[in-house]
Ligand binder design. Structure first.
Ligand code: GRF
Length: 198
């Protein structure tokens, strides 16, 4: 039997995308995969608690214990070196990664963003889409490069922007599509990349 493909999840908050990925792994919609590590730069992140409840290896590299980006990334790398992931998935990880970190995982690190990139990269994407009078929005799963939400796109899913939408209603509509898009994109990418050397 071939070895299962290993996913590492980086998050900072709620963790609903992480849970969608974990559900998809459990249901076999991301075939032959397992979650090898869930890492958060916020010790109190609800997503980290959910990972623990699911019995997954959950690690905090807390901003207080690891002050500054270099220390934080060294802490994360030590965990990933042990987890040996085939793919690193940013799921609401709220920090910009250094070029060195990105370089270590080039072609093996994904992010999800709540807009139809290249429109509205960065923070508050849903609010800015509303303010710009967009008629549709959605989400994008993309490879991570050195820029902010600039790497090659794996897939996008669209939603309409409806009359009377607020930032909350639009965000919720997009989030539903995120939970479909991320597992789908991960399955597609795992199918295309060679396993990481163990
Ligand atoms: C999502 O909207 C995602 O697109 C963005 O951050 C949010 C994370 O939500 N990058 P959650 O923590 O996965 O619930």
């Amino acid at each position: 039997m071939t070895e299962r493909r290993r996913l590492a999840i980086l998050l900072s908050g709620r963790g609903s995308n992480f849970e969608a990925i974990a559900d998809a792994v459990a249901a076999g919609r991301i075939p032959n995969a397992e979650i090898a590590a869930v890492v958060s730069d916020v010790a109190q992140a609800p997503g980290l608690a959910r990972a623990r409840e699911r019995g997954l290896p959950a690690h905090a590299v807390d901003r207080k214990a690891f002050p500054g980006r270099a220390a934080r990334e060294a802490g994360i790398l030590a965990i990933l070196d042990r987890a040996r992931p085939d793919l690193v998935c940013l799921a609401g990880y709220m920090r910009l990664l250094s070029p060195e970190f990105v370089g270590r995982f080039r072609g093996r690190i994904l992010n999800i963003h709540p807009a139809l990139l290249p429109k509205f990269p960065g923070l508050d994407a849903q609010r800015r889409a509303l303010e710009a009078g967009e008629k549709e929005s959605g989400c994008t799963v993309h490879f991570v490069d050195e820029g902010t939400d600039t790497g090659p796109i794996v897939l996008q899913k669209k939603v309409p922007v409806l009359p009377g939408d607020t930032e909350e209603t639009l965000s919720a509509r997009i989030l539903e599509r995120e939970h479909e898009a991320y597992p789908e994109a991960i399955a597609r990418v795992l199918d295309e990349i060679a396993p990481t050397a163990r």
